[in-house]
Design a protein around this ligand. Structure first.
Ligand code: HEC
Length: 198
């Protein structure tokens, strides 16, 4: 290789490194802007603007199918912030700083004994009032005792929700996720149709 070629190769490598670094820095900056915010004493601040995040899915466990005793009879609307969604689509993994937010949404009261009602589209369950928020945050350093995820409850009631929340004890949340989740503490099988959509 002569000197000119060598210089050319070096320049190309330098350019590639700059682009790669720029890319990493950009996504880190984006994550910092849209990722979790913490109080000085380590509580998670309730994110804002989450209705503009990516909607992943909505498991539903109505009273009618749980002997009238569903713990969470609402729709479980799951959202993720766009930076983490894009990273997942690129790599198949949740990046550091991922926030998965589950907002509960009651079904409208129905006349039928199973709580269902009839609308123009047919008989079924239809979304009503918002009724609570649970959040999971990936931060492997902060939550190394619970497989790298922290779990937070901002209230199981109508808004306004709590503005900050301390991490829930392991037995309250992380234990069940560790035992039953699809991968990396998340029930991603329910969101795969959206996560893996091309
Ligand atoms: C007994 C098991 C169990 C416990 C305890 C539990 N979860 Fe979950 N969680 C689930 C299941 C199953 C799903 C997905 C299906 C659904 O929502 O019905 C889920 C979904 C979630 C999601 C959406 C992302 C995902 O992994 O699917 C969040 C966020 C979440 N849970 C937070 C919490 C928090 C916070 C607590 C504690 C206050 C908690 N969970 C306690 C079973 C559990």
């Amino acid at each position: 290789m002569n000197l000119t070629n060598l210089r050319g190769t070096a320049a190309t490598l330098a350019l590639a490194a700059t682009i790669a670094l720029g890319y990493a820095t950009t996504s880190q900056a984006q994550m910092q802007a849209s990722g979790p915010q913490w109080t000085a004493d380590g509580q998670l601040v309730l994110p804002t603007g989450y209705h503009q995040w990516v909607f992943l899915g909505s498991p539903l466990t109505p009273h009618a199918l749980n002997d009238g005793k569903a713990g969470f009879p609402e729709y479980h609307n799951v959202y993720v912030h766009p930076v983490a969604f894009a990273a997942y689509q690129r790599t198949g993994r949740w990046p550091e700083g991922t926030i998965l937010l589950k907002e509960l949404q009651l079904t409208l009261d129905g006349r039928a004994s199973d709580g269902s009602r009839v609308e123009a589209s047919g008989r079924g369950f239809f979304p009503g009032a918002r009724n609570g928020i649970d959040i999971a945050v990936k931060d492997t350093a902060r939550f190394k005792d619970t497989n790298g995820w922290g779990f937070f409850n901002f209230g199981h009631h109508a808004p306004p929700y709590a503005k900050t929340a301390a991490a829930a004890p392991k037995a309250a949340c992380a234990g069940c996720h560790a035992q039953n989740a699809t991968a990396d503490m998340v029930f991603s099988k329910f969101y795969a149709p959206i996560l893996e959509a091309k």
